[in-house]
Every structure is written in C-alpha cells, then in structure tokens.
Design a protein around this ligand. Structure first.
Ligand code: BES
Ligand code: MN
Ligand code: ZN
Length: 506
C-alpha cells in the first residue's frame, strides 16, 4: 500500500438552491462553447461582465474541460469556476461526468475541500441521470495515483460535494447513490491497478479482493494452487509455473434471494499481476507498465462489489484468474502443449500470449458454475492498442444483439468501445500442427485472434470480450484524470447489469 491514501469519498448531497445562494468554497458551473446558459448569464452579471469579456476576447471559449474563474460578487460561494463542455451538438452525459471530475481536481489543487456543481438547466436529461454522472465525476476527481514518496506533502481531499439539480425525491437520490457507488468502485479498481507488482502479487490480490468482496456482501471462494490443480486448469497452471508466486482464482457470487434463475451474468477478468512475457520475454522498455495487466480482474471485482451494494436484481458470477507471467526455471516454454480444464489442447508458440490461457480456463469454470451470458475483460493485446488507440476499448463477441448491449452500457458509463469482427476465417491464423490450436496467430489481426482464442472456451454462450490493453492506463494526465490506471470496465459492467430489462430481446 502506498504511503498516502489515494482516494476518499466525500459526503455528497443534492441541493435545489439557486446557484447564487449555494454555500460552498468552489462552485462549478459547466458551460457550453456555443451557447450561453441562463446560469452563465447570471455569473456574467455578478462578475461585472468579466465572463462575457473573456468570451469576446477568446480568453475563455468553453471548450471541453477549459477552466475560467471570474471574480464574482454577491454570490454565497467563495469562488465560482466555469468549466467548458464544448459544443452543444457534441454533448453527452460523459461530458458532464468529466466536467465534474475536472472541477474536483482543480478544487483539490487549490486546497479546497467543499465543492458544488450545477447541472445546466437547459440540458435535457432526467435529473436522476444528471445526479448520477455529477456524483461519479466528483468522486473520480477525488483520486490520485499511488505515491511511495516519503517526502510528499499530505494530499487534500474533498469532503463535501453538493450536486445542484432541478428536482429531488427518490429517483434523484437513487441516481446519486449509483453515482457514489460507481465512482468509489472505479477508484478502488484504479488503486489496485496502480499497485506495483511486488505489492500486489497473486495471493495478495486474492486476499484483498476477498476482503473487499466479503465486506460488500458477495460470497467469495478463493481457489488456491491445490484446488486449481484438482480442477485441471492446465492453461492457468502453465502460466503460473514460471513464477515463485502461486496462482489463485477468485470466484465471486452475487445473487439476491428473489432473483430469477436466469439470466446469470458471468464476468471473467484477466488478473495477471505482472507480465514479463515469460520465456518469450518482453523488451525492458515499458515492461514496468505490465503491473497493470490485472486491470480486467480489478474491473470485474469492483463491478461485482458495486452490483452487491446497489442490490442489482440479477444473478452474477465473477471469475478472476490471478497469476504472474515470469521466466523461471520451470517456466512454460514455446512449443509446449497444454491441456485445458475443458480438455482442449493448446500449443504454446509465444509465452507472452498468457492472458488468453488464463482466461480460457476461467471461462470454462464460469460455465461450470452455470452462467448464461459471458463478458470477459482483459488487457489482452498490443494489437488492439495499434487498432484503436488509447481511448477506445476493443469490443468483440457474438451474437450481435449481446455485443450491442454491452456497447451501449459502455457508452452510458463513459467507457467507449468499438466493434471488431470475429469471423471464423481468422481461426485459420492460429491453427496448430499438433494441438487443437496454437496460442498465437501472428501479427495480422492480433487482437481478433486473441479474442477468438478466448471464444474457444465459451461453449457458444452469448459472449463479449473487452480488450482494454489501450484503455486501462492513461499515459498522459488530462484535465479530468491523473496519469495511470483509469478503472475502465467497472461502470460498463454495472450499467450492463442494471440494464437487464433490455436483455429480454436476446
Ligand atoms: N498484457 C499483454 C498485452 C498488452 C500489451 C497490454 C501492451 C497492454 C499494453 C499481453 O499479455 C501480451 O503480451 N500480448 C501479446 C500477444 C502476442 C504475443 C500474440 C502482444 O500483444 O504482444
Ligand atoms: Mn503477455
Ligand atoms: Zn498480459
């Protein structure tokens, strides 16, 4: 654990007070680039025309996450900050989420602890959704990367956030609660992903996951190396063999007593706590980043914690295989042939394609436990980063209706993904001479062959694979997010489960 805490949840409440009367240290007002909302006109008047002047001079345009802090007289708040939302035609609720995160990060930089954020009245979205994304954003801004520096000054955390929406009542409170839980759970996933590989080994990850999950009311089963061997998970065991650290599989179950027997959502997350590549070792440059190779596992864990806390009315089973990928003396070697728990055989052509091996056995186990729909989340391939870059998750799967449901959930969550093909033709690429298939298919279509390998273990259930190799880690800080782990996937999975009504069309 780092020398400082890395996030804290402030108290968050709804206010219906007019912006000018909100008592806070930092009042955040999201504004559009191309149109002046009523609240902005009020600030402009209270600032003696400073806002309009800055707009006219081009000092402040209102571009996405741009900041302007005019001197305002006669308002109760100590300071007022305008945060740009960009053009109205480009609006999405994610802009608001990020504007709230921007406001929170700036407040903390200024060592302020009380913030309020105003939902622009001219935006047409249900007040409950507005409350949710603003709360989420404010909490996401109440996060910092891990620090092991012994000389850092103590961090400042927001301790009070007020969300200004038109309307109160049960629906808005529910939105707020969703935002609170999703923000908190995303932050915890980020904390886990930022942990160095020596601090978060497979058994430490399993212990922490079990503790967090039990506290949230999930039922937890941690498979140690003995149980994994009994289950003959030959693919996972082979990956773990190169390391001194034994593997674990964490199995989580959420099942409200009154939930229907089906559907049962199955979530599988890659939990490689460090990926050196194994005998097919990676170049040293950027190898340190491979401590985040358990981000899919963290996303599954924290999504299930959120589902439990929000009492999502659906059954869900999470399976997280945890291992290191190391080049020890007993390590898996290129050319080795493995037998999976399912019985299919795999020829290993590259030991760095370890994630799909761990996922293969984990998907089989999820099926054995009775899941009806599968989603796996994994930092699976560099090829996906080449294809889609660092801000869009690769979306694979079948049937299309299921894939589209996950895509929409991701969009609501502010985790964008984009569909990639899983045509059978690509299976040619990972044929093996001596086994059922090989674990790699070469450079061409690398993200797709990775996905199709996992598909071999899904038993034709509706299945989606989210390749988060690019999106799990932000190389650069943005106004709304410090550098490092992003917590991608957590909110997508919860939104998917919350949207279960739509599953009937499957
Ligand atoms: N964990 C990596 C994928 C990765 C790469 C994540 C870059 C984040 C950033 C994965 O285990 C891996 O090494 N994949 C190989 C597969 C190849 C050997 C077929 C890759 O992408 O190079
Ligand atoms: Mn690898
Ligand atoms: Zn990996």
């Amino acid at each position: 654990m780092s020398t400082q805490t890395v996030h804290r949840t402030p108290s968050i409440g709804i206010t219906t007070t007019a912006p000018r009367d909100i008592a806070t240290e930092f009042l955040v007002l999201p504004v559009f680039e191309d149109d002046v909302i009523p609240e902005e006109a009020d600030v402009d008047a209270a600032s003696g025309g400073e806002v309009g002047g800055a707009r006219a001079r081009g000092e402040f345009k209102g571009g996405a996450y741009e900041l302007f802090t005019p001197a305002v007289r006669g308002w109760t708040a100590a300071r007022v900050a305008l945060v740009g939302l960009g053009l109205r035609k480009d609006f999405s609720t994610d802009r608001l989420r990020r504007a709230a995160a921007t406001g929170a990060l700036v407040a903390r930089q200024r060592r302020l602890q009380r913030m309020a954020i105003v939902y622009p009245r001219s935006v047409q979205a249900p007040a409950a959704d507005a409350a949710q994304v603003l709360a989420e954003g404010a909490i996401l801004g109440n996060f910092d990367g891990a620090s092991y520096k012994t000389t850092d000054p103590p961090r400042v955390w927001l301790d009070q956030v007020q969300v200004r929406v038109d309307g109160n009542g049960a629906a808005v409170e529910l939105g707020l609660e969703r935002g609170r839980v999703l923000g908190e759970c995303t932050n915890l996933a980020r904390e886990l992903s930022n942990e160095p590989g020596n601090a978060l080994t497979p058994h430490v990850f399993a212990d922490r996951a079990a503790g967090i999950a039990r506290e949230a009311g999930l039922s937890v089963d941690v498979l140690d190396e003995g149980r994994i061997a009994e289950l003959r998970m030959g693919l996972l065991l082979a990956v773990a063999r190169g390391s001194q650290e034994p593997p674990r599989v964490v199995v989580l179950q959420h099942g409200p007593a009154d939930a229907a027997k089906a559907p049962v959502l199955g979530l599988v997350g890659k939990g490689v706590t460090f990926d050196s590549g194994g005998i097919s070792i990676k170049p040293s440059e950027n190898m340190d980043k491979m401590k985040d190779d358990m981000s899919g596992g963290a996303a599954v864990l924290m999504a299930m914690v959120a589902m439990s806390r929000l009492r999502v009315p659906i059954r869900c089973i999470g399976v997280i295989p945890m291992t290191e990928n190391m080049p020890g003396g007993r390590a898996l070697k290129p050319g080795d042939v493995l037998v999976s728990a399912e019985g299919k055989t795999v020829e290993v052509l590259n030991t760095d394609a370890e994630g799909r091996l761990a996922l293969g056995d984990a998907c089989w186990y999820a099926r054995r436990l009775g899941v009806t729909h599968l989603v796996d989340v994994a930092t699976l391939t560099g090829a996906c980063v080449v294809a889609l870059g660092k801000t869009t998750t690769g979306l694979f799967g079948t049937p299309e209706t299921w894939v589209e449901m996950v895509r929409r959930a991701g969009e609501r969550a502010g985790d964008r993904s984009w569909p990639m093909p899983v045509f059978d033709d690509y299976k040619e690429l990972f044929k093996s001479e001596i086994a059922d298939f090989a674990n790699t298919g070469g450079r061409a279509g690398g993200a797709i062959t990775g996905a199709l390998f996992v598909k071999e273990f899904t038993g034709d259930l509706p299945w989606v694979h989210l390749d988060i190799a690019g999106t799990a880690w932000a190389e650069e800080a943005t106004p709304y997010q410090p550098k490092g782990a992003t917590g991608v996937g957590v909110r997508t999975l919860v939104e998917l489960a919350l949207g279960v009504d739509g599953w009937a069309t499957l």
